[in-house]
Ligand binder design. Structure first.
Ligand SMILES: [Zn+2]
Ligand SMILES: [Zn+2]
Length: 100
C-alpha cells in the first residue's frame, strides 16, 4: 500500500520528508496522492490547525483501523522515523494514553 521511496510533501514550497506514519495519516484522511506533511495537512484542515493535535487524533483513528494500523506499526521506535525533526516522535511513539 505504501512504497518504500521517501515521499516529500507536495504542498507548495514545503519539502519536508514524509515518514511512513505521515503517509498513513494522508491515506486515513482520504488523500491518496500528492501526500502532504502533517504540518501542511493541519494548516489546511479547518478543524485541526495544530499539527500535534492532528497527529494525536489520527494516531487513535489509525490504530482503530487494522489496515492502517499495520502500516503504522512498521515503526517500532523513534529511531525508525526518518524525519524526526519534522515529526513529533515522542507523542507519536508514546504507548496508548489512558487519560481522559
Ligand atoms: Zn508540508
Ligand atoms: Zn515520523
Amino acid at each position: 500500500m505504501i512504497d518504500k521511496e521517501a515521499q516529500i510533501c507536495h504542498a507548495g514550497a514545503c519539502d519536508r520528508i514524509l515518514c511512513t506514519r505521515q503517509e498513513v495519516i494522508n491515506l486515513a484522511l482520504g488523500f491518496t496522492e500528492d501526500f502532504r506533511c502533517i504540518h501542511c495537512l493541519a494548516k489546511d484542515l479547518e478543524a485541526s490547525k495544530d499539527a500535534l493535535l492532528l497527529l494525536l487524533k489520527m494516531k487513535d483513528y489509525v490504530n482503530s483501523r487494522p489496515c492502517f494500523a499495520k502500516e503504522w506499526q512498521k515503526y517500532t521506535s523513534e529511531m525508525d522515523c526518518p524525519s524526526p525533526n519534522t515529526c513529533y516522535p515522542a507523542p507519536c511513539f508514546a504507548t496508548e494514553t489512558e487519560s481522559n
